[in-house]
Ligand binder design. Sequence first.
Ligand code: 13P
Length: 251
Amino acid sequence: MSRNIAAGNWKMNKSIQEGVSFMDSFLSNDFPEDVNVILGVPSVSIFALSQQIKKSGKSINIAAQNCHQNTSGAFTGELSPSMIKGAGADYVILGHSERRAYFGESDDLILEKSKAALAEGLKVIFCCGEPLEVRKEMTHIEYVTNQINQSILKLNESDMQNIIIAYEPIWAIGTGETASSQQAQEMHAEIRNVIATEYGENIAAKTSILYGGSVKPANAKELFSQPDVDGGLVGGASLDAGSFAEIVFSF
Ligand code: 13P
């Protein structure tokens, strides 16, 4: 199976209506079969957009951008993994740096959320990545491998096969500054090594490792051509149907 994934992350952008009109245009493309296309949309839009995709007969997947670690209960304002799955998402983005920074999500909590999501049959797009200070100190590899060690590396072998890793250096998110393809490749190779050490070469070879941080049509091809860069998690450029389609065609 191909490891290629083009994933969008709309963050807190687009109303349901705006999402539907994006999809009207986006679904007119015939994307290559060996690219798994995923869109992380606001939770209120999951149901409408997944129904729209189903009607089109296209195989595009929807991701939620967060979930709660419990199955139900008195957690005002939260959504359980089963609610997300029931609305039509097959994936959930967890551990995004914005959730770590603005909502205080720790490695432990991200592990708990991952377990809860996997138990409901959702696949997890697990995000990691270092801030600028860490990159300047040249300790980025230890920083990111530690984030992985403290969370998803505690999963069992079968759960690990439903994890997609997104390396998103914080200094490259929404800044227009992209990691060079060498910087991305270096980190992705290290991440794959960590997985191989824990779960063996076979699982490591099957794991998709995405790069995120100012991916756009102009740099996607170069980034995706690196041997350990299996695709992208795209913020800003996924908001435009034409730009995101170009990225999907960049493998
Ligand atoms: P940008 O592509 O806007 O830099 O965002 C990246 C990101 O955070 C995707 O999750």
